[in-house]
Every structure is written in C-alpha cells, then in structure tokens.
Design a protein around this ligand. Structure first.
Ligand SMILES: [Zn+2]
Length: 292
C-alpha cells in the first residue's frame, strides 16, 4: 500500500526530531534531497546554519534537474514555512508532476527528546523545535489548499517492506560476486574489519593452493601486505595478519594480527606491540603455532 504516486515531489513536513530522515531513508538514496547533507557538502558541517542559503541553492538546483528527468524527489527538511512549501509545489507542477505532503505525527515531547539526543552541532534550540511544531500544526489543515495533490501522515505509510526488499537485493548483489575473490574479499574487509575506504585499496597478490591467501592494501606509493588466516580454531577469530619486519633481525616475514584500522595504523607507524609479532622463518616472537 503506497498512497503516494511516483514520480512526484514528496515533501516531508515535520519539526526537528520528528523522524523525517529515518522515514526518508526508506526511499532510494538518490531520491533524498536533504538540507543537512548539502550544508555538509558546502561547509563540512551538517549543522552549520550559516550554510543554509547555499544548501537551499543546491537543493533547488538538484530538485529541478531531477524533475526535468521525471525522477521522484523526497525533500527531507523541516518545510515548516508556507513559502518554502509553495516553491516545492510549484517546482513539481511546472513539470506536470504531483506534489505530496508527508506530515510527521510524532508528538512535541518526542521531537524534543530526539533533538536533545543529537550531537551538539545538529541540535536546534528547544524554542525553535516548539516554534516549528506550532507552525506545522497550524498549517496542516490547509495543505490541500496550498496546492498539495496528496496529503498523508507518516503513520499511514507502510514502507518497511520496501526497506527490507532493498536490503535483500543488496545481499543478493553481494552474493553474485562470489566468483570474484578480490571483490568478495573487499566486501568482507569493509564489513568486518577496516571500512569501505580501506577495503577499496585491497587486492589479492598470491593465491596458491595449500597456502594462506596473501593480499595487499595499496594506494599511491604505500602498501601493507596482508595474509588471511583461517587456521585459528574459532572461525570468529579468522582474519588478517599484516606483514612486518622480523624483530629477531632475520629476513623472513613476520606477522601481526590486524583487526581494525587502528591496528593498521600501528603497523604503518611501526608502533605495534612487540609481543604479538610472529616470525615465519626464525620463530622469533609470540608464536603459539607452527607457521604455514
Ligand atoms: Zn625472523
């Protein structure tokens, strides 16, 4: 059940802390036009109110370019002011697309509580939340008259299934790269260990039967060699070791476990704890097991 037709301009209307962004995330990422993200794009700070005019400029430009392509836009902003809503309705109608208002129903105390839990730069003064809430309550009966073709409250929207389906599609897409070891390894790295940016720099360098697979994180002139170990008794402990110089002074590769970006930084800076180093050749260091 989806009472909002697409393509359209979907205008979220709700005070700070009313749950707009959580609901907006049930639409695909490219649909979502948010002042917070454009403030961040121009100033590096999503809460920088000085950047609002620039963020509005970007939002209007992207709205217009998407509507020219007949694509749905979900405007994730307070939209408490009538003149702001009028601009969005006009943009939709100029392209012969419907404008839909999605009114958030969270009570004021819930908006205030959520707002209070936000990081300092994203929190608005309580008086501002109250003002937005009052403005929206007054505007609500007149939204049709303003020109909205559809007016719905968030509690009438059943969007959980869409969200679940998109997550399922993503898992399927992940499984389709099974044949590609590097691509699969990047995803594992990204999810479990190092985050997406580092995972993007990963590739396998030595895949030989009977040996642990060896790969590397490489970018520019830097490289960290990693071996993937599956011989720990507990599969939850399987993971990567990074190659480091042997502390015993031999020429053999030594290894330290790396589970987090902090571990990698320590390897890069040569500041890893010595008691976790294990050398393949001279067996210097804390070995509890024969090297492969
Ligand atoms: Zn050694």
């Amino acid at each position: 059940m989806n009472p909002i037709p697409e393509p359209s301009v979907i205008v979220m209307i709700g005070a700070s802390g009313s749950g707009k962004s959580t609901l907006a995330r049930t639409w695909p990422a490219d649909y979502r036009l948010g002042l917070d993200s454009y403030r961040w794009a121009v100033s590096g700070d999503a809460g920088d109110q000085e950047a609002t005019a620039d963020a509005v400029f970007l939002l209007d430009a992207i709205l217009e370019r998407r509507l020219a392509r007949g694509l749905t836009c979900v405007v994730d902003a307070t939209n408490a002011r009538a003149d702001v809503r009028k601009r969005l309705i006009e943009a939709a109608h100029a392209r012969q697309l419907p404008a839909a208002a999605v009114v958030m129903t969270a009570p004021l105390r819930q908006c205030l509580a959520r707002n209070a839990r936000r990081p300092a730069n994203r929190r608005v003064p309580d008086s501002e939340v109250r003002r937005q809430y009052r403005q929206i309550s007054l505007a609500r009966p007149g939204l049709h008259a303003e020109g909205f073709d559809h007016v719905v409250t968030d509690d009438r929207l059943m969007r959980m299934r869409l969200l679940l389906q998109r997550s399922v599609d993503r898992v399927h897409a992940d499984h389709q790269v099974d044949g590609d070891h590097t691509e699969r390894a990047r995803r594992v790295l990204a999810c479990r260990f190092f985050g997406e940016d580092l995972a993007e720099t990963f590739h396998w360098t030595h895949l030989r039967p009977g040996h642990d697979p060896i790969g590397a994180l490489a970018v520019g002139g830097d490289e960290i060699t990693l071996a993937y170990r599956t011989w720990f008794p507990d599969p939850m402990d399987w993971g990567f070791e990074a190659q480091v110089p042997c502390l015993g002074g031999c020429s053999g590769p030594a290894w330290v476990p790396v589970r987090t970006p902090m571990d990698l930084l320590a390897v890069y800076d040569d500041e890893f704890p010595e008691d976790v180093v294990r050398c393949d050749r001279c067996a210097a260091g804390a070995t509890t097991r024969e090297a492969v």
